[in-house]
Design a protein around this ligand. Structure first.
Ligand code: 6PG
Length: 249
């Protein structure tokens, strides 16, 4: 696993640096195989990066027709709920781009339970990847992730049984310690670790301890789930602002 740390002076320059990396990965994937599969991050930090991708007269990436957008995790709420990751992505990205029908794959949070949604999303992922990749395993070209101050990433929370999952691609999860206190649906570590490129987008002094723990190879994954994101054959790039990088030597 190749690991890179990019420290930016401000959250704005972090968003610009991360957006440039996203475009480089997407353009490379499309050039290589005519498509790019992206698992988007939720929470609030990624919003600025999404806006950088599409803002201005000459957006960094103008042709999204060959991109397929998925979600690394989702809150089990209606897609127009204020805490929905889909809503955050719609407002900061989807409303500014034109995607082919079926280009974005929301988690089906209209289903009766988060378990139902996880099973349905896994079936959707399997169908999509099995139709495109010979081995059928979900190797996303790009996975975008945030990280909570408790070290969670996607909706993989400290001490959660979802961290032990080795077979399923998508699982339901009860809320973690941090808000919002709603059930979740999340990709599992085997899927995150099958990615070709993983970008972490992390800002703020309150995350400095978790960043240090996540980058420490001795950290137990149950204590800091982000430490479990170590793509077997992929790369990980951490985009940090100065406060989030404060504990790094
Ligand atoms: C979620 C997110 C989660 C997020 C972290 C950091 O659904 O909660 O996917 O993993 O990335 O909680 O969130 P902020 O970027 O808002 O700090």
């Amino acid at each position: 696993m190749a690991q890179t740390i990019v420290v930016s002076e401000t959250t704005d320059s972090l968003a610009s640096a991360a957006a440039r990396k996203v475009v480089a990965i997407v353009v490379e994937a499309i050039a290589a195989k005519g498509q790019a599969s992206i698992a988007l991050a939720g929470g609030t930090t990624p919003g600025a990066t999404y806006r950088k991708l599409v803002s201005g007269a000459n957006p960094l990436l103008s042709d999204w027709s060959r991109a397929s957008l998925f979600f690394g995790d989702e809150r089990f709420v209606p897609l127009d709920d204020p805490v929905s990751n889909y809503r955050m992505v719609r407002e900061n990205l989807l409303e500014q781009i034109s995607l082919p029908l079926g280009g974005v794959h929301p988690v089906p949070t209209h289903l009766p339970s988060s378990d139902d949604a996880a099973k349905a999303y896994e079936a959707e992922l399997r169908a999509w990847f099995e139709a495109r990749d010979p081995d059928g395993f979900p190797s996303f070209d790009l996975v975008l992730l945030g990280m909570g101050k408790d070290g969670h990433t996607a909706s993989l929370f400290p001490g959660a049984s979802s961290l032990e999952e080795e077979r399923k691609w998508v699982v339901a999860s009860p809320p973690g310690q941090l808000p919002p206190p709603v059930d979740r649906v999340t990709l599992t570590l085997p899927v995150l670790n099958a990615a070709k490129h993983v970008l972490f987008l992390v800002c703020g002094a309150d995350k400095a301890d978790a960043v240090k723990a996540a980058l420490d190879s001795d950290t137990r994954v149950s204590d800091c789930p982000a430490a479990g994101v170590r793509p077997v054959r992929g790369s990980v790039t951490w985009f940090l602002d100065l406060p989030a990088a404060a504990e790094l030597s």
